[in-house]
Design a protein around this ligand. Structure first.
Ligand code: ADE
Length: 248
């Protein structure tokens, strides 16, 4: 997978991209991430990326030309054997569709992603209409730019690329992958400050443990995020459990 990030603040990506999951994915040559400065695609002396809004109003608007040229430069080196349809051009904006594990999974199936980080008061609408193929918001709040949102999206997406997490860790049981929040986990010591690990986890009985995991995930979801259960396949006994919890 290749990810190009277009930003006015490339330095914001330096530290995140050189640690943790980002570094692991690129070291393993599973994901190649390139950060490009939108200013490098301007042609005037002042390297202008923004301008006043037509019709007036507060703030500055990102100009279309550098963004179109940056995306076209990236597209032009797509090899002919690579399908252009395997490319998604994503604008990070509070007006986008709300990011979720489902969308992360969807994006992880593309071989090429271009992420555009918006800034200032907005972006020329023609970028949205004629260049961008998807718009994503990471939550109902306004950030000062799309950079942190792009990092959130890239993190969630690349950990789903096969091989990035390694064989031991699997995203299958993650909260939100199953539609349920994750069950509680414990490690040694088995008793800490008098607080004991649930007996069943020490039993070695894998069927019982799997049953407990599932039950705990259902309970946790019912208590914290009941609305998630509407989209989850529960057995009839699990439904009963949820109904009992909701009575209390
Ligand atoms: N840019 C500013 N706010 C944002 C948000 N909530 N999500 C994505 N991009 C943004």
């Amino acid at each position: 997978m290749r990810i190009d990030i277009l930003t006015l603040f490339p330095q914001m990506f330096q530290s995140p991209l050189s640690s943790g999951i980002f570094k692991r994915a690129s070291d393993r040559k599973l994901v190649e991430i390139t950060v490009r400065n939108i200013r490098d695609y301007t042609h005037d002396k002042h390297r202008t990326v923004d301008d006043y809004p037509y019709g007036g109003g507060a703030g500055m608007i990102l100009k279309p030309e550098p963004i179109f040229e940056a995306v076209e430069a990236i597209k032009s080196d797509i090899r002919p054997e690579e399908e252009i349809g395997a490319l998604q051009v994503v604008l990070l904006t509070p007006q986008g569709r709300l990011f979720s594990q489902q969308i992360a999974l969807e994006l992880s199936r593309y071989s090429r992603l271009i992420l555009i980080c918006g800034h200032y008061e907005g972006i020329d609408e023609r970028v949205r209409e004629h260049l961008v193929t998807d718009e994503i918001s990471i939550g109902d709040y306004v950030l000062s730019g799309g950079e942190l949102a792009a990092m959130v999206v890239v993190d969630a997406v690349i950990r789903l690329v096969p091989g990035v997490l390694g064989s031991a860790a699997s995203p299958i049981d993650d909260s939100h992958t199953t539609g349920l929040l994750e069950y509680p986990q414990y490690t040694r010591p088995s008793v800490y400050r008098g607080w004991a690990v649930p007996e069943v986890l020490l039993s070695g009985n894998h069927a019982q443990i799997a049953k407990w995991h599932r039950e705990q995930a259902v309970i946790r979801t019912a208590e914290r995020r009941p609305e998630l259960l509407d989209k989850t396949n529960l057995t009839s006994s699990e439904r009963q459990l949820v109904e009992q919890l909701q009575k209390h």
